[in-house]
Design a protein around this ligand. Structure first.
Ligand code: MTE
Length: 327
């Protein structure tokens, strides 16, 4: 992301360069996937999941969901890349920092508090959240505002399952997501890069869209800390920063909540932040993207799709809105 320093704004260019070694990692990954029968071709392969587990963390079983739909080019990003090339500023600003530093995050005990305009506010222990609805595996394309993307098999369920249980009041129009800010375990909380805690928000109808996912795992295992353990949001038609990690509170509000990157640079990061190849970031184009794991610095760019390719599922949420103003 764009970094704010004492000298103004700097783009974090050094971290944009993926080492060539990822090319070899991808080839290995594809070979393993082929051996597991997972690359047998498009949708057929999907039905044959569960994904080959990396075998690093506890398994998190799920039934395979076709809700998101996949495209021919949706080869999952190698786990190695998805778990070592991260943005999680509470643990540092380089892409490798979260994987190196997030071992200090304590994911148990953990609970998520529900507050604001709902009939049933309260606190859910992570154990109860894990049992709240059937776990699904969904392969989502994830597009970062910086111009790179990944394809990740998430494990979780639609956030709407939780929202229905807490019964929002008629006055609730937005949902705010508040993430953990613990200076004892998160070395960069307290730094001036962003204001903490990292918060995000959605309109209630966006939060209720079935694609909006509460995720507890990826690649058939519980989330690594650096990817937002024990529970995070995944919103595949929006730039990655909308998907808050390590969520501790969900608040239902009448007015639009403030969000971390919007507070840092309102003219660059809007509330909606839908993936949109026709609306450039003020300082770079959003028309194309580079798939992490696809050949490193040699990766050819691919065209970015409207709403990241999920227009059929979410386009109607924005009918009649000027997306250049509501960026
Ligand atoms: N959530 C928190 N709490 N802190 C962060 O710094 N970074 C965001 C988002 N969620 C971030 C966060 C950004 S900019 C991106 S691109 C995604 O997480 C990255 O998710 P990933 O590392 O799992 O790919």
């Amino acid at each position: 992301m764009l970094l704010r320093t004492d000298r103004g704004f700097n783009h974090n260019i050094s971290s944009e360069i993926t080492p060539l070694s990822v090319y070899a990692q991808r080839r290995d990954f594809l070979q393993r996937m082929a051996a597991a029968g997972w690359l047998a071709g498009g949708g057929v392969a999907l039905a044959q999941s569960p994904v080959t587990r990396p075998g690093k963390l506890a398994p998190l079983n799920a039934t395979v969901s076709a809700l998101a739909g996949t495209q021919a080019s949706d080869t999952p990003t190698p786990y190695k890349n998805a778990s070592t090339y991260n943005n999680f500023y509470e643990f540092g600003t380089d892409k490798s920092d979260p994987a190196e530093n997030a071992h200090t995050l304590k994911t148990r005990p953990w609970s998520v508090e529900i507050e604001g305009l709902v009939k049933k506010p309260g606190r859910f222990n992570i154990e109860d959240l894990l049992k709240l609805s059937a776990m699904e595996e969904r392969i989502y394309r994830m597009r970062c505002v910086e111009g790179w993307s990944m394809v990740i098999p998430w494990v979780g369920y639609s956030l709407s399952e939780l929202i229905k249980r807490v019964e929002p009041l008629g006055s609730a129009k937005y949902v705010e997501f508040i993430t953990l800010a613990d200076p004892k375990t998160m070395p960069y909380v307290g730094s001036r890069i962003l204001s903490w805690p990292y918060t995000e928000g959605l309109r209630l109808d966006e939060a209720m869209n079935p694609l909006t996912m509460l995720s507890f795992g990826m690649y058939g295992e519980v989330l690594p800390n650096q990817n937002g353990a024990p529970v995070r949001l995944t919103v595949p038609w929006k730039y990655g920063f909308k998907s808050g990690k390590s969520i501790v509170k969900i608040r239902f509000t009448e007015s639009q909540p403030a969000t971390a990157w919007n507070k840092a640079a309102a003219h660059e990061y809007g509330f909606y932040s839908n993936v949109n190849p026709n609306v450039d970031h003020p300082r770079w184009s959003q028309a194309s993207e580079r798939r992490i794991g696809d050949g490193g610095i040699l990766a050819k760019k691919v065209k970015t799709l409207m709403f990241n390719g999920y227009e059929a599922q979410v386009g109607q949420l924005y009918a009649g809105m000027d997306l250049t103003k509501n960026f």
